[in-house]
Structures are given as structure tokens and as C-alpha cells.
Design a protein around this ligand. Structure first.
Ligand code: KET
Length: 405
């Protein structure tokens, strides 16, 4: 045996780690019993456990009676899954669904939908740049840059108000070159929890149309804002307005099925023929990446979405998750308000929607929360509210008060 004397990979730099996922690893290794994870965008129940939704358990139990063979799925995924994605995102009776002008394929989570869409855009709109909100989910930039596209940002969050800089956002988009790609969050914006109102979406649409921009909507938290239909209203408004656009949806959070990697990519086109052509090239994109998608998670989700009883159960489960997060927002606000007696405004906690709030805590305050109090937030000051429970919310409020004092 002759071991190599030098590494072939000496020029390969070490991986700095993902800003979100590496925090999860650090949290798991932390021995302190009172530790609280408010970093990764994962829903925990009031016991701090990752739930297995009863709708999912029932669908899985039924499926286990009838597992059947596991052939390769079609490149585009399970047909009933894809149809269910369209109904969930656009509404069953939507003209764009009925006329067959949406190309949908099953993807490896929301991330897979973003990547397949990004690869397609890079190939067929090679000069187009991508504009993402400032700030956005860190991985947006990484995925689009990884596909070879230039990534820029548009104004979004206003730290002075804890709200949206809508006028600056609109003005910035109104100055983009035609066929630029604009990444938008449908609802429950990550990381700020700040969304466009319905009126603001209506004001954005003419800019998208007149500048000939290509919207790419990320919908990863459907059900966590105001409801399954309400959280998809931006997609429906764009489709109603005749805009052609991309939508990547994730089932990781609203099904609590993170590791199954289930999601979709839908491209709303002008007509059925265009959608068929787009679907064909999306299939080619998948084939040269990972060939075909996996079976199990998509079979479970298909069953829940297509069985009226299971669907109704799942709808209630998403409502319960949403309501628990809201209750935690209110509870944290109440404890902080009591501590600060009006010396500081925490109203953003209940104004921002979905899993996240942008606390405005700076990096050193986030580090003190972790080091001194075992409370984990993302470096940007993003807090995932679903890590709060009745048992830890007071500890978190105390810790925030200590680092803000
Ligand atoms: N889009 C957004 C906006 C998003 O927050 C996530 C995950 C995804 C897509 C990816 O979804 P998936 O189906 O898992 O591919 N966000 C959380 C987890 C992560 O960073 O991977 C988070 O922000 O904590």
C-alpha cells in the first residue's frame, strides 16, 4: 500500500458552513438543558417537538398496506401530485389551471424547484440577471449564482419602521432591464416576516408587466400566514393579470416533511402549447441533474391533497400551526412590553407574519443570546417564532431583555 504523499485537493478551500444549517448542528451539540432553537425555519409544537401530522400519519398508514412496486417516476413526477400542486397554488377553478397553461413538475423541495427554474432561465434567458429582496433567504443568492446567473438586490425591508420600503422597491424594479428575473416571496417573507399587502401586489403588477420582468415567486410557507388560499393570493393575482411567471413551492414546512424533499415548480405560460414546451425543457433540466424524483413523500402528499377528508384534516392542522405561532408572537410581545414599559417598541412581533421576525438584534447581541443564554437566532437577527413554547417563552424574553439592556 502506498498512501499518497500530498492531497489532490490542496487547493480546495474548507466549507465555511451554511449560515442556517450550521447553527442547527451547533444547537444539537449544545449540552445546556435550557437551550432554545429559534434559528432554522422548522415548525415545532408546544412541546418543542417536530410534529408528525395526523393527516400524514393516516395517509402513510393507508399507503403502507399497499406499498407496491417502486418504478422510476416520470421525470416530471407523479401526475396527481402535480395536479394537486396546481389546485393548491392557484385554486381549483382557476382559468390558468383549467386551460392547461401551467407547466408543473415535482421537485426536491422548494430548493429543487428554485434550482431547476434557475437552470432553465440560465439556458433560455442567458443574459438575464436576478434581483432578490434585501434581505432574502441566504440560499436564494447561492442557488441562482450556482446556476450561473448574476444576482443583485432591490430595496425591501425598512429597519426604521420594521416594515416594507414599498416605494423604493417599486422604483428600483421600475428601472430594471426588460426580462430581468425578480425573486418575490408570496407570503411569510424570509427572513423579515414583512409581506406586500394585496393593494401593493396590485401596484406591483403593472410594473412587472410594463418592464417585461420575469417574476419568480417562492412560496415555502403556504398556510403559515393567513391561510392556504390567502397565502397564495399573490400567485393568483399574477395569473389573473396574465403575467407569465415561475413559482417554486415547498411542502417541507406545511406538511412537516422536511427530509422527504417534496415541492414543485410551476411555470405559468401564455397557453397550453407554450406550457407543454416549457415542461419538456424542464424535464430535460431534471434529467441532466438528478434524472427523476423520489416516490415516497410525494405519494403521501398526493394522498392527503386528493382525499377530501385528509385534506380537511390537513387544512385544520396548518391552521393550528399558524395559530400557535401567532399566540407565541403575542406572548413574547406581552412579556417584553411588561419588562420594557414602553421604552422600546416590540410591535413588529405581531405585525410580521409567518415563522420569522426580524428582531433588529445585531450580530454581537445574537452572539450574546447564544453564548450567555443558549438562545439561538440567525446571525442577521432573524428569529424563528415556532421554536417558542409555553415553557421557554419567558426565558427567551428575559434573555432578549438582558442583551438589549
Ligand atoms: N424558500 C424559502 C423562502 C425558505 O425559507 C426555504 C427554507 C426554502 C425555500 C427551502 O425549502 P425546502 O423545501 O426545504 O427546499 N428555509 C429554511 C431552511 C433552510 O435554510 O434550508 C430556513 O430559512 O431556515
Amino acid at each position: 500500500m502506498t498512501a499518497p504523499t500530498s492531497s489532490l485537493f490542496s487547493h480546495v478551500p474548507p466549507y465555511a458552513g451554511d449560515p442556517i444549517l450550521s447553527l442547527m448542528e451547533a444547537f444539537q451539540a449544545d449540552p445546556r438543558p435550557n437551550k432554545v432553537s429559534l434559528s432554522i425555519g422548522v415548525y415545532f409544537d408546544d412541546e418543542g417537538r417536530l410534529p408528525v401530522l395526523p393527516s400524514v400519519r393516516q395517509a402513510e398508514t393507508a399507503l403502507s398496506q399497499d406499498i407496491g412496486a417502486r418504478p422510476y417516476l416520470p421525470i416530471e413526477g407523479i401526475a396527481e401530485f402535480r395536479a394537486a400542486v396546481q389546485r393548491l397554488l392557484f385554486g381549483a377553478g382557476h382559468e390558468a389551471v383549467a386551460s392547461g397553461r401551467i407547466a408543473t413538475l415535482q421537485t426536491l423541495g422548494g430548493s429543487g424547484g428554485l434550482k431547476v427554474g434557475a437552470d432553465f432561465l440560465r439556458r433560455y434567458f442567458p443574459g438575464a440577471g436576478v434581483w432578490v429582496s434585501d434581505p432574502t433567504w441566504d440560499n436564494h443568492r447561492a442557488i441562482f449564482e450556482g446556476a450561473g446567473l448574476d444576482v443583485h438586490s432591490y430595496p425591501y425591508y425598512d429597519p426604521a419602521t420594521g416594515g416594507l420600503s414599498f416605494d423604493r422597491m417599486l422604483a428600483s424594479l421600475d428601472a430594471l432591464p426588460p426580462r430581468s428575473i425578480v425573486l418575490l416571496h408570496a407570503s411569510c417573507h424570509n427572513p423579515t416576516g414583512v409581506d406586500l399587502s394585496k393593494t401593493q401586489w396590485q401596484a406591483l403588477i403593472p410594473v412587472l408587466r410594463e418592464r417585461e420582468l420575469i417574476p419568480f415567486v417562492d412560496i415555502a410557507y403556504q398556510g403559515f400566514g393567513d391561510g392556504l388560499d390567502e397565502d397564495a393570493c399573490a400567485l393568483r393575482a399574477l395569473a389573473d393579470a396574465g403575467i407569465q411567471f415561475f413559482a417554486a413551492n415547498s411542502f417541507s414546512k406545511n406538511f412537516s416533511m422536511y427530509g422527504e424533499r417534496c415541492g414543485g415548480l410551476s411555470v405559468v405560460c401564455s397557453d397550453r402549447d407554450a406550457a407543454d414546451t416549457v415542461l419538456g425543457q424542464l424535464k430535460a433540466t431534471v434529467r441532466r441533474n438528478y434524472s427523476t424524483p423520489p416516490t415516497h413523500g410525494a405519494r403521501v402528499i398526493t394522498r392527503v391533497l386528493n382525499d377530501p377528508t385528509l385534506f380537511a384534516l390537513w387544512r385544520d392542522e396548518t391552521a393550528a400551526m399558524r395559530q400557535r405561532i401567532r399566540a407565541m408572537r403575542e406572548r413574547l410581545l406581552a412579556v417584553l412590553d411588561e419588562k420594557f414599559q414602553g421604552r422600546r417598541d416590540f410591535g413588529y412581533l405581531v405585525r410580521q407574519r409567518g415563522m420569522f421576525s426580524y428582531t433588529g438584534l445585531d450580530e454581537s447581541q445574537v452572539a450574546r443570546l447564544r453564548d450567555d443564554h443558549a438562545v439561538y437566532l440567525v446571525r442577521s437577527g432573524r428569529m424563528c417564532l415556532s421554536g417558542l413554547t409555553g415553557a421557554n417563552v419567558d426565558h427567551v424574553a428575559q434573555a432578549m431583555a438582558a442583551v438589549l439592556a
